[in-house]
Ligand binder design. Structure first.
Ligand code: MSK
Length: 619
């Protein structure tokens, strides 16, 4: 991969393009105050920076208060972002109609949610139910009283822990705005209170906004089932119109995929000399369309510039989150159209085609047409698509995993649609446990290496993996989501994968879909009759970079899952905040963070943690 990237960067040099590799050099070394979290600029008396000579800011806040406030604001940014994604999916569900752009594709799931939320369904039109579910979901953002409805999905023990710790999330917008309020100048500077609110805001994301984002997407676009696809830059097609969808919200990409298959538009592409239209994805939009349609994955976060550098990209169509502003100037060095579509994500040097659910069909049609008309503008001398790609099977929603397990159960009815077969494998030791790999790429780590090295180490130790986000694409590009990847597994895991006919790395979706992993952990705990924190399961984000990842980390830990990070969340400057996050929050939620920048040692500690849980269970 590295030699292919080097070649692409050469092309970039020829046309005067910038690159993240160069910008990292320009930005290094990073500001030590920023890195340790001890710079405060939440009022205009500063900025204040903590040093041995100046141990307090002008207001008197010490390093622990400053680091704690910064950590809470980081979390609130992530919780707001994921949850706002969930909100726009709920708004789209509210507009769904039998003859509209968006329909109900999984009525069974819709009815299940309606029943959970005491919404009547008997004798009602499915779209009436959809609208009431959507409206009820939207009220979860601002309801004056009560806690998030989906908390009831967690085991009772977990719900009790949240209640006792005072971290049950209330209205989502309340948790985000209260986090900002608490961390305003002259409010909280007590690390314990700031960390507690961080967990609460994170939970409002994972068990609120993100969970609605996932569930309502499934209702409208279908609950994912295993489907074959391919991953890496080699999925781009030399003779076709290449449209890259990038970002997070499937409402746009679903429509682009629909129109890219439109015979009239395919015929139109042929009139420009192309053999057809090829849609491929980057980042989590890629996960969304891969797991529902098998759309190939061009790459993950740090590969977004590479798709343009191939010289064969007619349009990068983006919605929200994780989009480099660099794509604007970069696309100007090539023929690529950089098309932004959301008022939430406006960038210089882009063509803005506002995408609205009400005009979704028309907007998507125009975007595909624009890409087609750009095909003749390619500069053939710049075209260089690296030939690398790997096969992958994706789309393991919780429902799909249970279905796979049903296929091998000795089928008394009680054991169907449960996690019991998997639990038996863990109890017997055929599988040692599981790791949830999530998160991004970060230039602080050679892209994908931490993901891949750790994943391979886990597989060797008979530990099964569930993955999402850019970690999932790292796995796909390395061939770990191909059934052939059984060759990397220990004997036990290999046997299970062969029997159930699954790859050893199960793709669960985008970063919003980490909510699926929370349901999976809850179902395992309930079917096993233990607490989530007792399951031989850990979370791992070795290359994380975004505020969303910090919010995720907070809700994963608060759900009782020990979480390993390969990048420090700007907390080094406070022994008290680190002491809470990496130590005493365990007393509240039975799990904590482990930060380890050494990949080898992190892997050993993850295995050790899983083995300790096994010993405690007596298995
Ligand atoms: S896209 S948040 S880089 S996983 Fe969800 Fe990838 Fe991280 Fe963005």
């Amino acid at each position: 991969m590295e030699s292919a990237t080097a070649q692409l960067l050469e092309t970039g040099k020829k046309v005067g393009a910038d690159s993240w590799q160069q910008r990292v050099k320009n930005q290094t070394p990073h500001c030590a105050f920023g890195e340790s979290g001890t710079c405060c600029r939440i009022c205009s008396m500063g900025p204040c920076r903590i040093t041995p000579k100046a141990p307090r800011g002008i207001c008197g806040c010490d390093a622990h208060g400053i680091v704690g406030r910064n950590y809470l604001r980081f979390t609130a940014g992530g919780a707001a972002t994921h949850s706002d994604h969930g909100r726009s999916i709920a708004e789209t569900l509210y507009l769904s109609a039998e003859d509209g752009n968006y329909k109900v594709k999984d009525p069974e799931k819709l009815l299940r949610i309606a029943a959970e939320w005491d919404i009547p369904t008997e004798g009602r039109d499915i779209y009436d139910v959809a609208h009431e579910v959507a409206l009820t979901g939207l009220q979860e953002y601002g309801k004056p009283f009560g806690v998030q409805r989906f908390l009831k999905r967690a085991p009772e023990h977990t719900q009790e822990l949240w209640h006792k710790a005072g971290i049950e999330p209330r209205a989502i917008d309340k948790e985000v705005s209260q986090s900002m309020h608490m961390s305003h100048m002259g409010n909280s500077s007590l690390p314990e209170a700031l960390v507690r609110q961080s967990l609460r805001a994170g939970l409002s994301d994972g068990w609120g906004g993100s969970m609605m984002g996932t569930e309502f997407s499934d209702v409208m676009f279908g609950t994912p089932k295993p489907v074959d696809t391919e991953a890496n830059l080699g999925v781009m097609e030399k003779d076709m119109v290449n449209i890259i969808v990038h970002g997070h919200d499937p409402s746009l990409s679903e429509m682009i995929v629909y129109y890219a298959n439109d015979p009239e538009l395919i015929a139109y592409a042929k009139t420009f000399g192309a053999k057809g239209i090829n849609v491929a994805g980057v980042c989590c939009t890629s996960n969304e369309v891969a797991m529902r349609h098998g759309i190939p994955m061009a790459g993950n976060f740090l590969q977004q510039e590479n798709v343009v550098l191939t010289g064969a990209c007619e349009a990068v169509v983006v919605d929200v989150q994780c989009i480099f502003p660099a794509l604007g100037p970069l696309s100007k060095c090539f023929h690529t159209k950089f098309i932004t579509t959301s008022p939430i994500c406006r960038m210089p040097d882009s063509d803005f085609i506002e995408f609205e659910p009400a005009n979704a069909g028309e907007n998507a049609y125009n975007i595909v047409k624009t890409a087609i008309e750009n095909f003749p503008n390619r500069r053939q001398e710049l075209v260089n698509i690296p030939s690398m790609k790997k096969k992958a099977t994706v789309g393991y929603s919780v429902e799909a995993i249970k279905k796979c397990l049903d296929g091998v159960t000795n089928s008394h009815i009680d054991d169907l649609n449960t996690m019991k077969p998997l639990i038996e494998c863990v109890k017997s030791g055929v599988l040692r446990g599981a790791v949830a790999f999530v998160g991004c790429n970060n230039p602080k780590i050679r892209p994908d290496t931490a993901h891949i090295e750790l994943m391979k180490k886990m597989l060797e130790h008979d530990i099964i993996l569930v993955v999402s986000g850019c970690a999932a694409q790292a796995a796909a590009k390395a061939g770990l989501m191909d059934k052939e990847a059984r060759k990397y597994c220990g004997e036990g895991l290999k046997r299970v994968c062969t029997l159930v006919d699954i790859p050893p790395v199960l793709h669960m979706g985008s970063c919003v879909d980490i909510s699926r992993m929370m349901i999976l952990a809850s179902d395992i705990a309930k079917d096993w009759g233990i607490n989530i924190s007792q399951i031989p399961l850990v979370g791992c984000a070795p290359e994380w970079m975004s505020e969303k990842a910090v919010s995720i980390g907070n809700y994963v830990v608060a759900t009782g899952i020990e979480t390993f990070l390969g990048v420090n969340p700007y907390t080094k400057g406070s022994s008290e905040v680190e002491g809470l996050l990496q130590g005493s929050i365990e007393d509240w939620v039975e799990a904590k963070f482990v930060v380890d920048l050494d990949i080898d040692s992190m892997g050993d500690r993850m295995i050790e943690c899983i083995e300790k849980k096994r010993t405690a269970l007596g298995i």
